[in-house]
Design a protein around this ligand. Structure first.
Ligand code: FES
Ligand code: FES
Length: 161
């Protein structure tokens, strides 16, 4: 390890991981370019679009604004840890059912912001949903279907508990 590189250990999608990278690497670069998890998207790169949202210790964060070194010892979830093509997460099912996905570029970030919300607030109001996804820009859907998906997922979850 040279002087300008950093080594971290953290939990990624339920698995212990370690990684070494230059000290100025962002969490987004680590996830996409070092670990090759391409589900997390790079949009603006400056904290304004939410495409890069991941969950760190239960909170939705813009990974483009975080240094990868800050993930040391923390628990990280990316879209790859949410569901699989064979077994979609209920939130993913709701997005499909309610037609909330068009080009799909914003979808991973929106799903991660929403998951972080529903994990702490299983029955959010529309205002609470609005606040939770305020940082996630969607250029395609007009948001009506996205709100419907989130409300549907919350409702389904409530019925199952
Ligand atoms: S890429 Fe991180 S907020 Fe846009
Ligand atoms: S579905 Fe295209 S940006 Fe949201």
């Amino acid at each position: 390890m040279d002087a300008s590189s950093v080594r971290i250990r953290f939990t990624l999608n339920g698995q212990p991981r370690s990684a070494e990278f230059p000290a100025d690497t962002t969490a987004l670069k680590l996830i996409r370019d070092v670990l090759k998890l391409k589900g997390t998207k790079e949009g603006c790169g400056i904290g304004e679009c939410g495409a890069c949202t991941v969950i760190v210790d239960g909170k939705a964060v813009n990974s483009c604004l975080m240094l990868a070194a800050q993930l040391d010892g923390r628990t990280v979830q990316t879209i790859e840890g949410l569901g699989s093509p064979e077994a979609l997460h209920p939130l993913q099912e709701a997005f499909v059912k309610e037609h909330a996905v068009q080009c799909g570029f914003c979808t991973p970030g929106l799903l991660m912001s929403t998951k972080a919300l529903l994990d702490i607030n299983p029955a959010p109001t529309r205002a609470e949903i609005s606040k939770a996804i305020a940082g996630n820009l969607c250029r395609c859907t007009g948001y009506r279907h996205i709100f419907a998906s989130i409300e549907d997922a919350a409702h389904t979850r409530k019925e199952q508990t």
